[in-house]
Design a protein around this ligand. Structure first.
Ligand SMILES: NC(=O)c1ccc[n+]([C@@H]2O[C@H](COP(=O)([O-])OP(=O)(O)OC[C@H]3O[C@@H](n4cnc5c(N)ncnc54)[C@H](O)[C@@H]3O)[C@@H](O)[C@H]2O)c1
Length: 295
């Protein structure tokens, strides 16, 4: 199958990589040649990492690389594509513009997918003349490691498009869950509900961040507790999604005060060195100030 991936950033280059690994021919498109080159370099590094860890052979790496081309030309990318996956920044106007551009340049039965993590695919699809071919393919970061893809069914998505998306995801040897297009889909909504409640529990002094996280890790088998996960994702990102879900789904997603306070103070989690924990060189070294630092 011929696949175009638009946007060669964190997600786009990974989606191009897993598609090529599954045997598809891929064109990766970004708006500047240097972004395309960065994306291709990211793919080379990931694949080389796989070879170093004996996950794939040199030959498999070379074959995958040969199946991927880069371009800045939209028409060249989508012209022969059976599937176009957009992974451009999370902005509804931009996504709608990109959807309409794809439809102008692609053939009539090309499936048009968005990797959005929170926006309405139904709203994006409304920019198309044939919206029944739109679908959400929500990959997780990084796509070459994470096994799940949420397939998001917009109001307009028809059965052919849904079946196509399921086949594509299974062909990547990933697990699919099919969800209706609602705010936060299935994963972000549940993950955030847990994260916000954990933050409220910290605010109420129920237990320390480390004890709450350990409770979920050991008691419930979660690989990472909700507060550490919040630090990984970024407090700013979680606040933004909470505000969106509050607007769409109600007050139960109201962002807790400490989340707002920390974001205002620039304490955004692992990337800035402090969130609910303190981080040094990417390692968790203690809890944030009000918990005295000690775990
Ligand atoms: N980063 C994550 O953890 C994550 C996880 C799941 C889904 N997503 C979603 O994936 C999408 C992309 O996120 P990202 O983190 O890869 O962003 P990013 O900023 O790393 O990459 C976006 C890329 O798109 C390019 N771009 C901008 N306009 C374009 C256009 N018109 N055509 C082609 N390329 C264009 C940019 O130059 C940039 O290289 C967003 O919708 C985001 O919500 C992100």
């Amino acid at each position: 199958m011929q696949i175009a991936v638009l946007g060669a950033g964190s997600m786009g280059h990974g989606i191009a990589q897993v598609s090529a690994m599954a045997g598809h021919d891929v064109v990766l498109r970004d708006i500047e040649a240097e972004f395309v080159e960065d994306g291709l370099e990211g793919i080379r590094e990931n694949l080389q990492g796989g070879v170093d860890r004996d996950k794939l052979s040199e030959d498999e790496m070379e074959a995958a690389l040969e199946r991927i081309e880069g371009t800045t030309d939209l028409a060249e990318a989508v012209d022969d594509a059976d599937l176009v996956v957009e992974a451009v920044p999370e902005d509804m106007d931009l996504k709608q513009e990109v959807f309409a551009e794809i439809e102008d340049a692609a053939s009539e039965d090309t499936v048009i997918a968005s990797n959005t993590s929170s926006l309405s695919v139904t709203e994006m699809a409304s920019a198309l003349e044939h919206p029944e071919r739109a679908v959400g393919l929500h990959f997780f970061n990084p796509p070459h490691i994470m096994d799940l893809v949420e397939i998001v069914i917009a109001e307009q998505t028809d059965e052919r498009t849904e079946a196509f998306a399921v086949d594509y995801v299974r062909g990547l040897e990933k697990e699919d869950v099919v969800v209706r297009d609602t705010a936060g889909f299935a994963t972000s909504r549940l993950g955030l509900a847990l994260g916000l409640e954990a933050i409220r529990m910290v605010e109420q002094g129920v237990a320390s961040p480390a004890d709450i996280d350990e409770g979920m890790e050991i008691g419930y088998g979660h690989p990472m507790g909700p507060l550490e996960l919040t630090d990984h994702v970024g407090l700013d990102v979680r606040l933004h999604i909470a505000e969106h879900l509050r607007e769409e789904l109600g007050e139960r997603f109201k962002p807790p005060q400490s989340l707002r306070r920390k974001v205002r103070a620039g304490n955004l989690g692992k990337k800035t060195g402090e969130g609910y924990y303190v981080w040094e060189d990417g390692e968790r070294v203690g809890m944030s100030g009000e918990w005295g630092g000690e775990e």
